[in-house]
Design a binder for this molecule. Structure first.
Ligand SMILES: CC(C)(COP(=O)(O)OP(=O)(O)OC[C@H]1O[C@@H](n2cnc3c(N)ncnc32)[C@H](O)[C@@H]1OP(=O)(O)O)[C@@H](O)C(=O)NCCC(=O)NCCS
Length: 161
């Protein structure tokens, strides 16, 4: 029998059918403490902000671009499947999200992360969380880690790039 062609990896906007796949990935990394958990209702509410990586119908990566204001947005829930790490696919997702932010005229793009080195590759620099009161008092205040958050804030100033 001839070899079946390998499925191509596709980066695209998320669709309603992707919610279960996004949730499965997110639950995995939330259980490991790498990412903060998000309820399914929250994923559905924010689905239009998500990009995904799909291969043969499976969701193997995702990330979202969520706005605080027209000028300030955040990269959230960025991840690739464990077996896909260090293959450049996280970079594909982050580049896509940065491009969208740039097209929208976002001035400052931030993230809270345990892997600042990954973001530094894209020109983000490490900053104090205190410069994002929108994040701290809008979202972090409801997080179980609020009083001892050990995530690192990174910022990309898009006017400069
Ligand atoms: C962080 C994550 C999205 C990176 O995706 P990835 O596909 O593995 O990363 P890439 O292959 O595109 O990496 C590009 C470069 O970033 C840097 N990098 C990536 N992951 C890194 C890590 N864990 N530590 C240090 N540097 C890292 C490396 O320089 C890498 O290039 P190299 O492999 O040639 O050395 C992925 O590791 C992941 O899903 N982690 C778990 C969830 C998570 O922590 N997400 C971040 C949320 S803010």
């Amino acid at each position: 029998m001839p070899n079946q062609p390998a499925h191509a990896l596709i980066e695209r906007a998320a669709q309603p059918d992707d919610v279960a796949g996004i949730r499965k990935l997110l639950d995995h990394y939330a259980a490991m403490g790498d990412l903060l958990p998000r309820r399914e209702a929250e994923i559905i509410t924010n689905l239009s902000h998500f990009r995904v990586l799909e291969v043969g119908g499976d969701i193997v990566g995702c990330g979202s671009l969520e706005h605080f204001t027209d000028e300030l947005a955040e990269i959230r829930s960025l991840m690739v499947a464990p077996g896909l790490k260090r293959n450049g696919q996280g970079s594909v997702l982050l580049n896509a999200l940065i491009d969208i932010a740039r097209q929208r005229g976002v001035g400052r793009l931030m993230a809270l992360t345990y892997v600042p080195e990954f973001f530094h590759k894209f020109g983000f620099h490490t900053v104090s969380k205190d410069i994002f009161p929108e994040k701290i008092w809008g979202i972090c205040v409801n997080c179980y880690k609020f009083h001892n958050c050990d995530e690192i804030a990174v910022l990309l100033e898009l006017q400069d790039t």
